[in-house]
Each structure stands twice: as C-alpha cells, then as structure tokens.
Design a protein around this ligand. Structure first.
Ligand SMILES: Cc1ncc(COP(=O)(O)O)c(C=O)c1O
Length: 435
C-alpha cells in the first residue's frame, strides 16, 4: 500500500497541536468513509464495528444524510434558538409519532451530554427536588451535570460536582456485585441500592437515570424485569424515571427504542448519537404534563445549536431511512447472526468469556480463566491492536476501569458479508496471537 507522503508531517502536527483527551493521537489518519468502511490516508480499509463513536448507525456518509446536508445548505443551516424552521417542527412531530402518548414534547439539542443536562433540569424543576440516582457504571456524558451522575469515569481534579448525585450497584449478572444469581436474587442489588439511597437522601429524590444497556461499562444488559422493578421503586418515592437511549434508541437494539423491549415507558427520554447518526443532534422528550409544569415554572435551557435546521433535517433523514428500510428488524436479524457467529467462535477460543447484548449492540468479554473469570486486560489490548492492523476497528470498554470488553456496534446497514468478514478478522487475529 503506498505510504501517504504527508503522513509523517500530519502526525507531527497532531502531536504538536492536539490537546489530548486521555489518549495519544496517532495512526491511522482517516481520509474518508462510506457505510461500514473507513479508508486511511494510505488507502488501507477498515471495517468500523464501532460506527464511529457508536453514532453512525446508518453507516458513514449515508446518501440520505449527505443529501439532507446538501438541501440544508441551500435552505438554512442555523437560526436564532427561538426561531423555528419547518425541519425542526417536522422532526419533533416525527419523533412523537414513533413514541407513546406519554412522550410527546421534544426539545432538540446537539449532544448526549446536553440531553442529559436537560433531562436532569426537567426532573429537578418538575419535582422541586435535586437528588439524582444513577447506576455505578452508568455513563451519561462529560458535561458537569451529566458527569455528576456518571460514576464510571475518573471524577477527580475538577473540584466539586453537582450535589445530589448518588449511585446504586450495576445489575451486572456476569459479575454480580452481590455474588448472587438471577432470578433467585429477586433484584437484590436494586433493593440494597435503594435502601442505601433512602438512608443517605435528604428527602429530595428527583430522579433515577440509566441506559437500557450500559455501553461504556461493557454492554451490560440488566436482567428481564429490572427496569419495571426500579420504576416502581421510583414511583414509591415520587422520582422521575429517565432513560438515556443515546446508543440504544432508533433501531440499534432491534426495536425502535429499547424501553419498548424492557416493558417500561420513561418519564423523560434522552436521545443523541443514533438520532443524528454521526452528526451532532440530540433530543430530550417528555410528557405534556411535565412540559407544561416546567414551562409554568419558567424553566429555560438555551444553547447555540438548539433547533438548528441542518441538524433537524438530518434527524428527519435518519428517521426516514430507519422506517423505510426497516432497520430495527434488520438490526435484530443481523445482530442475531453476528451473536451466533461469536458464540461459535467461543467454542474455539476459551478467552471469550461472555457474548451478550441485543440487536447490533453486542459485547464480548475476554477472560483468562473460565473458573475465576479473571479479566484478560492485556490480551484485549493486544487483540484490539492486532484487529486494527488486520482492518477491523473494535472499541474497548471498561467496567471499573478494567478494559476487557469490546462493545460491538456495526452500522445497521452493514451487509452480512461485512459482518462475516469482521468475524473472520477477529478469529484470525486471535489465532495469530495464540489466544
Ligand atoms: C449513554 C450515553 N449518554 C450520553 C453520552 C454522551 O454523549 P456526548 O458524547 O454526545 O455528549 C454518551 C456517549 O458516549 C452515552 O453513551
């Protein structure tokens, strides 16, 4: 493959001028992408099994998105936050059409962190309280309020977080925090968690927030019935129930929204990543009652790119593709195909401890020993690197800072051939490393 003559210089500039966020920047330097494939400046191709930052769920540079961008650039891209455009109104209506009657009021935003901030503000304003309960390994963004209810990331070095953030244990059945087994545990982690919250609360419990599947923590899928159980505990305490469907919303899990599969309707829904499918678009959705109450109390949230027409046009294009191409059904079928292939691989590679998740949001956990389930951290790192060299991008995730899981989320538009090729590359990489 021809070496890009500018590569050394670009890498030098990256080192000189990019402020690092936990990691170094280096090769590959990506030049372009289409569908599930990225191409670097040397012309080498990679299958992107992370859909960018878990967002490009209908594939990189989908023609519907590039057309929407083109159309927007001929109409209007950006507006004063208080001026609405046709695209913004239509997107709010289209989202409402996909949602149950309890979720009809939409605020359009840009990022997942922002959608968490607004969800929390709404819950606090509506209840008149300030305490928010999350899951110990939940992830809701890096803005101040969001990180105050995100406990899986290092929180030190920035002074105090927003008061009132508390956590209950993560329902991680593969490594149960209470060493129990589902279903005989009878949701003991939630019961203990809320006992601890009740003891610590100042009597100001506003909300509970969770991802339907904890992605950053390594695709942890709470057991069946967990969320209805927790929602009842919230209702007993007058708390709102917030679901953060940044990654699970809009088809990826094999339903339009994961909460449909979980048998609960949240009071507040946060959407982001998959709504813009790779471009900055997010939303907070709630009920007419909650919206009216917050409005009456004078709630405001303003940001420069709220209600941007170009982002709304992209959201509309994403929903159109989702519905027209039946992507939720595709994600269910393709996800099962991929999961079955990984489960077959597990028979030949004992390092694979667990394969989990649903639709095209899968997790693979690597272990050193099937008895002790010791996390295979170094092996995961070496395999991630080898897969990249072999043309497959896999994203490492970590539970309690132990990174031995891949979160596997190819675009829903990936072909079966691409999914199979990704499996072959992983199989080959494991074999090359003798794992
Ligand atoms: C569940 C969840 N919520 C919120 C966020 C934050 O989104 P953003 O990075 O767009 O602020 C993420 C990002 O990974 C996420 O996975």
């Amino acid at each position: 493959m021809p070496e890009d003559p500018r590569k050394a210089e670009l890498l030098e500039h990256a080192q000189a001028h990019l402020f690092r966020s936990a990691r170094d920047y280096g090769e590959p330097i990506i030049a372009r992408g289409r569908g599930a494939t990225l191409v670097d400046t040397d012309g080498k191709e990679y299958l992107d099994f992370g859909s960018g930052q878990m967002a490009a769920s209908i594939g990189h540079n989908h023609p519907a998105i590039t057309e929407a961008l083109q159309r927007s650039s001929e109409r209007i891209l950006h507006l004063n936050t208080h001026l609405v455009s046709e695209e913004v109104i239509e997107l709010a209506r289209s989202l409402a059409d996909l949602l149950p009657p309890q979720l009809q009021k939409v605020m359009l935003l840009s990022t997942g962190g922002e959608s968490t901030e607004v969800a929390l503000k709404v819950a606090k304003m509506f209840t008149g309280r300030f305490e928010v309960v999350g899951l110990l390994q939940g992830y809701h963004g890096h803005t101040g309020g969001a990180l105050s209810v995100t406990f899986s990331n290092a929180r030190g070095g920035y002074g105090p977080w927003v008061p009132g953030g508390m956590a209950i244990p993560t329902p991680y059945c593969y490594r149960c925090p209470l060493s129990m087994t589902f279903p005989s545990c009878d949701y003991a982690c939630a019961k203990l968690g809320f006992d601890m919250i009740d003891a610590q609360s100042t009597g100001s419990l506003a909300a509970f927030i969770a991802e339907p599947i904890l992605s950053a923590a390594g695709i942890i899928e709470p057991p069946p019935g967990y969320f209805p159980f927790v929602k009842r505990m919230c209702e007993e305490r007058g708390m709102l129930f917030i679901m953060d469907e940044a990654q699970t919303g809009l088809g990826r899990v094999g339903a339009t929204f994961a909460f449909e599969q979980d048998g609960v309707v949240p009071d507040v829904l946060a959407l982001s990543k998959t709504l813009g499918a790779g471009l900055p678009l997010a939303a907070m959705v709630t009920s007419e009652e909650i919206e009216q109450d917050c409005h009456d109390k004078g709630m405001s949230f303003i940001s420069s790119h709220q209600n941007d027409p170009f982002a709304a046009a992209i959201g509309l294009a994403v929903i159109e593709v989702l519905v027209k191409e039946g992507l939720a059904d595709q994600a269910r079928a393709k996800g099962q195909h991929l999961k079955d292939a990984y489960l077959r691989m597990k028979e030949d590679h004992p390092i694979i401890g667990d394969v989990r998740g649903r639709g095209l949001l899968l997790g693979m956990e690597l272990i050193r020993d099937p008895e002790t389930r010791e996390p295979a951290v170094d092996e995961t790192r070496r395999l991630t690197k080898r897969c990249l060299e072999n043309g497959l991008i896999l994203q490492q995730a970590s539970y309690a800072n132990i990174a031995n899981v891949w979160r596997i989320a190819p675009p829903m538009t990936a072909t079966y051939e691409e999914l199979d090729r990704g499996v072959e590359i992983l199989d080959k990489s494991m074999t090359e490393l003798g794992l």
